[in-house]
Design a protein around this ligand. Structure first.
Ligand code: SAH
Length: 251
C-alpha cells in the first residue's frame, strides 16, 4: 500500500509555532483534511485537494482521510495545537482499531505541535513549572460526574489544572460548575489564567484569582489554567506580573 497519512499539529495559531516538520508534511500532501478554520491555516499549494469539514465531525473526517490514504494518496489531516491532545490523533487510532484490516497496513505518522496550554503558560510565566494535569471540560464524550471526580482528585492532589474546551454554546454551565468545584479545595487567591485565541490576531490573556474567575470571560477558543496552592505572582516594575509554580513543593 503506497498511501500515507500524516496527522499534523498546526500549533495554537501563530505560524512561528508551526514546526518545520509540520510545514513539510503539509507541503508534501496531495490531499488535506481538517476542520474548516484549521484547514484555512494551512498554506494553499497548487495541486492539493482540500477537504474541509465541520466541527464535531471527527470520526467521519478521520475515516475519509484514512480511505483517501488507503487509495494511495499522501494525506495530511490537520489539528489545532497538538494532534494528540483532545484531537484527531486519537480519533484516527479509534478508526484504525475498528476499521478495515487494510488500514492497519497504512503508513501513519503523528506530527506533534505546540498544544494550547503551553502557549498560554508561556504568555504569563511558568504556571506549569511543577506537576500539572490537563482536563477537557467537554461532556460530549464522558459523563459530567467523571469530570467532577477528576477535578476533585486533581485539586486535592495539588496539580495545576489546564482546562481545555471550557465552554461552548452547547455547554454553557460546565465552566461555572468546574470553578465552583475547585473553590472547595483551593484558596480563593489561587492564580487563574484565561488565555483566548493565543497566537492569533484576536488573542487576549487575563490573569485573575479563582474567586474572581468569571466564566463570561471564556469561550470556545479559551484555555483556563487554575493554579495549585503553590502557584504565585511575582509583581514587576513596568511589566505584567509573572505567574509561576515553583519547582519544589512542600509536604
Ligand atoms: N489539540 C488542541 C486542543 C483541541 S481542544 C491543542 O493541542 O491545543 C480545543 C480547545 O483547545 C479549546 O476549547 C481551547 O480550550 C484550547 N485552545 C485551542 N487553541 C487555543 C488557542 N490558540 N488559545 C487558547 N486556547 C486554545
Amino acid at each position: 500500500m503506497s498511501g500515507r497519512l500524516a496527522v499534523v499539529g498546526l500549533g495554537p495559531g501563530d505560524v512561528r509555532w508551526l514546526t518545520p516538520q509540520a510545514d513539510a508534511a503539509l507541503a508534501a500532501a496531495d490531499a488535506l483534511f481538517g476542520y474548516g478554520p484549521y484547514l484555512d491555516r494551512a498554506p494553499v499549494r497548487n495541486g492539493q485537494r482540500r477537504h474541509p469539514s465541520d466541527n464535531r465531525q471527527e470520526a467521519p473526517r478521520a475515516r475519509a482521510a484514512l480511505e483517501t490514504a488507503a487509495a494511495g494518496s499522501n494525506v495530511a489531516l490537520v489539528s489545532g495545537g497538538d494532534p494528540g491532545v483532545f484531537a484527531m490523533a486519537a480519533t484516527v487510532c479509534e478508526q484504525i482499531e475498528s476499521g478495515p484490516a487494510a488500514w492497519r497496513g497504512l503508513d501513519v505518522e503523528i506530527v506533534p505541535g505546540v498544544t494550547a496550554m503551553l502557549a498560554v503558560a508561556a504568555r504569563v510565566g511558568a504556571p506549569l513549572g511543577h506537576d500539572f494535569c490537563a482536563l477537557s471540560l467537554s461532556d460530549n464524550l464522558k459523563p459530567w460526574p467523571v469530570i467532577e471526580r477528576r477535578l476533585d482528585a486533581a485539586a486535592q492532589a495539588g496539580f495545576v489544572i489546564a482546562l481545555y474546551n471550557p465552554i461552548s454554546q452547547a455547554r454553557p454551565w460546565q465552566l461555572t460548575a468546574a470553578l465552583e468545584r475547585l473553590r472547595r479545595y483551593l484558596p480563593a487567591t489561587t492564580p487563574t489564567v484565561f488565555g483566548r485565541a493565543v497566537g492569533r490576531a484576536d488573542e487576549t490573556v487575563a490573569v485573575t484569582t479563582l474567586q474572581a474567575a468569571d466564566p463570561a470571560g471564556a469561550d470556545m477558543a479559551t484555555l483556563v489554567i487554575v493554579g495549585s496552592a503553590e502557584t504565585r505572582l511575582v509583581p514587576r516594575l513596568g511589566h505584567a506580573p509573572l505567574v509561576y509554580t515553583p519547582r519544589s513543593a512542600s509536604a
